[in-house]
Design a protein around this ligand. Sequence first.
Ligand code: SAM
Length: 284
Amino acid sequence: MELWYTEYHTDTARFSIKVNKQLYSGQSEFQRIDVFESEEFGTFFTLDGLIMATEKDEFIYHDMIVHVPMATNPNIKNVLVIGGGDGGTVRELTRYETIESIHMVEIDKLVVDVCRKFMPLTSCKLDDPRVELFFEDGLKYVRDKENAYDLIIVDSTDPFGPGEGLFTREFYGNCFKALNEKGILVNQHESPYYEGDALAMKRAHRRVREFFPISRVYQAHIPTYPSGHWLFGFASKEFDPLQFDEEAWNKLGLKTKYYNTEIHKGSFALPNYVLEMLANADKE
Ligand code: SAM
């Protein structure tokens, strides 16, 4: 008997992975959490039936959400990660000795507990001495923060359920305030391909650029995310992500599986249909 995990990317488009076995299923106060083992993608976990991270392709997402801002500002010391329950974003951040503190604000402790058990590849650095975990709503956490961080990474689920508040004007405005004068905000910015994702992307982009003088979008292809064409938002008070010291980053000698400084620059070159969406993001 064959077992397949299927995710609906739209009502009429599905993505399926043949599964050897299901390793875990549980329900937290916020969402359903499932863990599967597969030939093609290794162990992967889902939240409310949507793929969050697989052993095989998580490196793409975590490289791009961390190394693009870290290469842009080599003096980042204090980082806030909102979401990021699997630990992959924190893992990549801990590779920088210049970072002094990493606050990870994850609403659902069960996600962290499950990933510590079943996804050691991504959760392996959550006990780094610089990491402090806060199990609370990121939307509330940033409300009273001011001038506290050099970098905020929003590694959230999609804009519904617990993640909905992390796509609001209130949230982006409070992130702006929580960042210092050289602050950078990077967020998981959904996708331009399927209509629902594109709508969420345009709405997020419109709201971010209300607050940040520099607001760019970059891309990567992530096989297990809807359409594979995934976007990241890069917003900052001062730094242009395309004016960065390539040599300085390369001198760090960090071995990465996906990111390099050419990909950094190339990822901001977007297809015309995406440029058009971003230009018209104010018109919904
Ligand atoms: N890479 C994945 C993606 O792009 O969909 C997301 C990784 S991570 C698993 C997303 C995390 O965001 C989840 O662990 C979820 O519990 C957390 N999350 C959702 N809403 C949140 C909120 N309001 N505050 C803090 N964490 C939240």
